[in-house]
Design a binder for this molecule. Sequence first.
Ligand code: SF4
Ligand code: FES
Length: 273
Amino acid sequence: MTVIENPLAKPGSEPQSEGTIHITLKVWRQGSGRDAGRIETIDAPDIATDMSFLEMLDVVNERLIKTGGDPIAFDHDCREGICGSCGMMINGRAHGPEQATTTCQLHMRHFKDGETVFVEPWRAEPFPVIRDLIVDRSAFDKIIQAGGYITAPTGTAPEANNLPVPKPDADQAFEAANCIGCGACVAACPNASAMLFTSAKITHLGSLPQGQAERDARVMSMVAKQDELGFGTCTNIGECSASCPKEIPMESIARMNRDLLRATRRRRRRPGQ
Ligand code: SF4
Ligand code: FES
């Protein structure tokens, strides 16, 4: 392997391999939800720039284990930007510095040699820390559960062309379905609002014919559940959408609010439904 001199290296330190950087991690360490937590400084030399951020943490953890240290706990699954489990704050930004990118898809080439990188868990009361960078996002599951079911005929799958869906509606539903439930919108919002997430789920079904039968009940129940779980209210700051790795737009929240208003009025006109 080629080795090159690292201009930022301290005198006497090992030279870096080509295509590598030497960073200093300031990582949140917290044994459990009951512990106070603290920032720990970890030296991370020889990090390949083509590694993902999670691969970098894997390498750091292997080194920690070899030297008898405690590996950093972090959540992950697909490592393909699909499952939504890898969220963390990187230098104060949800999922790090790249737009529309999950932490698992973020590469170390976006960091500078010699850089200090702060890594922290999502900070929101409804997402309590379990350990280090892992938070409990089951509050999102409860919001989805509150949405209930859709009424659909049983039996064999119907012929697709029997239920035409206008292209703009299909596009809107598809855009909303991109939400991976990562929680970056909550972590980025100063109010810890879950409205971008909830509105994406409501838009997904509310845009399609199959979602009409329970549309009113769904929006009322899901919004009530997010409020009950302690998520804040939207004050149109827009950090949620700017931090969203799937670029769910703010219009989604406006659409949910319109749906909620419509459902509330209808409920007043026809109580008991
Ligand atoms: S709306 Fe975006 S940021 Fe929020 S949970 Fe869905 S994908 Fe993540
Ligand atoms: S690990 Fe699945 S989205 Fe990052």
